[in-house]
Design a protein around this ligand. Structure first.
Ligand code: BGC
Length: 883
């Protein structure tokens, strides 16, 4: 039975993309050490559960029959619809659903966020939670984790679980995966996507989409296209040149459509050359529905800036989330109906949209009794989440083999803001109401049991720290504890210039001379009742008000400090309000009762004594969140200071970062053990412990470059990040392509990730022939290499193939990822892996030819364990037409 399941996964997997071969290798890796065996067993169980129903012959037969008659069924239904009914199907009739047409048995079409789990249920017509108590879902590791796994099998498993859960919640479209690229480290939504490389994202989106859709739910590739910043996300005008668009920002969408067969796509909020992306003729009619032949549904993001005529004729199929009084006022509702009636738009336009919507409904089996029922919150889904999370963990440094930690340790010191923080209900629309979430600290406790002493400390900053987020009861809509923030034009507050949310009670003016007028407020809930010593650092005019009473009112041109003791109750949310006027800065902190924070002397002494010190740092959804970009790339709070102190006290401190975007790590050089874990879903803590103690040998690789400084990144260096327009000045040199071109050394390169064992690469061979390719071009070359595990532990290596076009008529990146293969090996074992290079892999987008072009000349194949760790290079001569 197991073999049959393996085979069925494999036959689906084999169609994925450039890296199909490694799926074969990955799945045959079973006989590892006992613990690796358990992990493999767990994945297989998880895979088995998700494929069980879809493997049944009856179901497969029914699905084939269903799919074979989709077009016929669509036409029959379309012929019966009145014009009004047709129009009712192309816009929302609720926050997340489309109208039913009862007389024809057309059910409501239900959509739900998002990429890493089904979102909780909303009220039908509002953003309010419906208040259900059974709308929990498995909180899956984010797509950054899937990207870091470099493993299509993980993407397929992730998609299958997501699809099964969406089905079980009665959804027809799940709004994911997100495949925009991480161009800018500050971008608030990097955590929802698959890294910075178009080839990697394209390779992984295909199995992700297939996994979702295997469960009779439509996947939704979003946000099409060029959604690379949250700063003025609705208004910013994206203006990349055509080559950059095609080579960098579209391949993941193209693969989702052409190889993944995705049933729906969501447009982006931003503009594209002055037109909203949802109604851009070029993006939609020329490319998505033209060149790629997309026959599914293009739906809007929620509340976009469109107009009826352009949206209708330029291919938008379904309008969602528009912020108007009545559903009839949607651009594609009454205004559209009127234009159809007036003959301004032909009925064939609405027919095409309705056809696509009915096609999607038939494809997912909305009238088919054999449609899968889905499953949710199952043990196997949780196991799958744990396994995926562990496969995406990246070991950045391990000098002196600090890791894995010995299981015999007796005293562990745990610090850092992410030790006991949960992330599921944060980040924005991708939030997931999880049944539970294992924090890193809980994971350690689960792993080590009661015998081991785990001491937890919160380190106090040496400078005044803003009141910790733990005390903030008010929340941004993304679920993050936060202060509201308003900036006015003058002291009388006549004009509101900016309204936002910030995590900390601190502010630094961006103005050199003119005064700024700031109002902030938050609800603050103490842990213990009693005297709290409020501490304020300020320059300017400031007042602090608590529950209606002004407790501090100060004014100074130079930097000053002030403090006052206030009596607060732990039983209530106190209303704090700060009013500031000036061009300086302020920080509001406090000494709260209780020993919540400890000073440097105490935590460094404990660190020096402990058998092991683990610091869980990084970001949270206060930083990585929809709608707002970060303002810098630094670790929030006093993390850098505390890490430096810990490294001095105990150089073997394990620094474990949890984040969805790059951060500056100025102490990286001094660190011996540094790990990157991403937001790992509901089993994150257990998965991290699996890696920390060596039950899982890490095999993740960085899907983003980790720059040393924000200024090193292209968009910032080229001054191309603002609220008005993005010119994509670096062109095709996104991410590591920029760092290589500019010879800038990052902190950690793309593709980097260590293992607890070592691998060698030998015998590179490039053969020319006709090979099955993952894209729609010819497979021209097969590259093979022998990979050997020369260490003492079983483990997996990701062979990365970087291609260099040595002689090109246009400027091309020095190296570009064009293949990868993950191979699992026993100690001493060697296996050959192979990857196919297609004509498309060799090509650049030729603006003159308006097509892909592979030019004659020399190409070099670099095989490495990362972009910088190239082990073997071999050249070949390409001649078009002679291959
Ligand atoms: C987000 C989408 C999301 C939609 C529905 C928008 O704000 O950009 O990604 O699917 O809301 O929640």
């Amino acid at each position: 039975m197991k073999n049959a399941i393996k085979h069925s996964i494999l036959s689906r997997a084999i169609t994925y993309g450039a890296s199909s071969i490694f799926v074969l290798v990955g799945l045959s890796a079973c006989k590892q050490s006992t613990q690796q065996n358990e992990q493999t067993e767990q994945t297989q169980q998880a895979v088995q559960a998700t494929v069980q129903s879809i493997d049944s012959a009856d179901y497969q037969q029914a699905k084939q029959t269903r799919l074979a008659k989709v077009e016929q069924d669509v036409e029959q239904l379309l012929a019966k619809l009145t014009l009004e009914e047709k129009v009712s199907l192309v816009h929302a009739s609720g926050k997340f659903h489309v109208n039913a047409i009862e007389r024809l048995g057309i059910p409501e079409l239900w959509l739900s966020d998002g990429p890493h789990g089904v979102r909780y249920q909303h009220e039908r017509d509002t953003w309010n939670a419906a208040g259900w108590d059974d709308d929990h879902a498995t909180y899956l590791p984010h797509l950054t984790t899937v990207a870091a796994s470099f493993d299509p099998e993980m993407a397929h498993l992730h998609g299958s679980v997501l699809g099964a859960e969406a089905r079980h919640r009665g959804k027809d479209i799940i709004l994911g995966p997100g495949v925009n690229l991480a161009r800018l480290p500050l971008y608030g939504r990097n955590f929802e996507y698959m890294g910075e490389d178009p080839f990697l994202a394209a390779s992984l989106v295909v199995p992700e989409v297939k996994g979702i859709q295997s469960q009779d739910v439509a996947a939704n590739a979003k946000h099409y296209a060029l959604n690379t910043q949250e700063l003025n996300r609705i208004g910013v005008n994206a203006k990349p040149d055509e080559r950059t668009l095609r080579e960098v920002y579209l391949p993941a969408f193209e693969a989702a459509v052409k190889q993944g067969g995705v049933y729906s796509v969501m447009g982006a909020y931003n503009q594209y050359y002055g037109t909203n992306a949802n109604q851009s003729k070029h993006l939609v009619m020329d490319i998505l529905k033209g060149d790629w032949g997309f026959d599914g549904v293009l739906l809007t993001d929620w509340n976009v800036d469109i107009n009826t005529y352009d949206a209708a004729v330029n291919g938008l199929d379904l309008e969602m989330g528009t912020n108007v009084e009545s559903y009839d006022d949607y651009f594609l509702a009454q205004p559209f109906l009127q234009m159809l009636k007036d003959g301004k738009i032909s009925e064939s336009v609405v027919d095409d949209k309705v056809r696509r919507i009915l096609r999607l409904m038939h494809r997912v089996g909305m009238w088919d009794e054999s449609r899968l029922p889905g499953s949710r919150n199952t043990k196997t889904h949780q196991q799958a989440a744990r396994h995926i999370a562990s496969q995406g963990v990246v070991l950045l440094k391990n000098n002196g083999n600090v890791l894995p930690l010995s299981k015999d340790i007796k005293n562990v010191l745990v610090l850092g803001p992410n030790a006991d923080r949960i992330h599921g209900l944060g980040g924005g629309s991708s939030e997931v109401k999880s049944l539970y979430e294992i924090t890193p600290l809980q994971g350690l406790k689960n792993y080590l049991g009661d015998e081991v002493n785990i001491e937890v400390m919160r380190a106090r900053s040496s400078s005044l720290a803003p009141i910790a987020a733990d005390y903030i009861a008010s929340k941004h809509w993304t679920g993050t504890p936060a202060w509201t923030y308003k900036r006015f034009s003058d002291a009388s507050k006549s004009e509101l210039l900016e309204e936002s949310w910030i995590i900390n009670a601190s502010y630094k003016s961006g103005s050199d001379n003119a005064s700024e007028f700031i109002e902030m407020d938050a609800e603050v809930k103490p842990f213990e009742s009693g005297e709290h010593l409020l501490k304020l650092e300020y320059q300017g005019k400031i007042s602090v008000n608590i529950d209606g009473d002004t407790v501090l009112e100060l004014d100074s041109d130079s930097k000053q400090t002030a403090s006052i003791s206030v009596n607060l109750s732990a039983d209530k949310n106190h209303k704090f309000a700060i009013s500031y006027q000036g061009n300086g800065e302020f920080v509001l902190g406090w000494d709260a009762p209780g020993a919540f924070f400890v000073d440097k002397a105490e935590y460094t002494a404990a660190a020096a004594k402990a058998d092991a010190v683990i610091y869980f740092g990084g970001l949270s959804h206060g930083d990585d969140r929809e709608a707002i970009d970060r303002t810098d790339m630094k670790l929030p709070g006093s993390q850098d200071e505390v890490i430096n102190n810990l490294l001095q006290a105990n150089p073997n401190t394990v620094l474990f970062m949890v984040a969805g975007s790059a951060v500056e790590m100025p102490w990286a050089e001094q660190a011996n053990a540094l790990v990157w874990g991403w937001y790992g879903g509901l089993e994150a803590g257990n998965a991290f412990a699996d890696v920390i103690f060596g039950d899982v040998n890490p095999s993740g690789k960085m899907p983003i470059t980790l720059p040393k400084r924000l200024q090193d990144t292209a968009a910032i260096a080229l001054n191309d990040y603002n609220a008005t327009e993005s010119l994509y000045k670096e062109g095709v040199f996104i991410g590591y392509r920029w760092f290589e071109q500019q010879a800038i050394e990052p902190e950690f390169v793309f593709g980097h990730g260590l293992s607890y064992t070592d691998f060698t690469f030998e015998n590179i061979d490039i053969s020319k022939g006709e090979y099955a390719s993952d894209d729609d071009s010819n497979g021209l070359y097969q590259v093979t290499v022998d990979v050997k595990n020369t260490g003492k532990r079983a483990g997996a290596e990701v062979v990365q193939l970087y291609l260099q076009d040595v002689e090109a008529s246009v400027e091309r990146p020095i190296k570009e990822l064009k293949g990868f293969a993950k191979v699992f090996l026993q100690p001493g074992e060697s296996k050959q892996v192979s990857m196919v290079l297609s004509q498309r892999d060799l090509s650049f987008w030729s603006v003159e030819a308006n097509d892909w072009k592979a030019e004659a000349g020399q190409f070099k194949v670099h095989l490495g364990a990362s972009l910088a760790d190239i082990r073997l290079t071999e050249a070949f001569q390409y001649e078009p037409g002679n291959n």
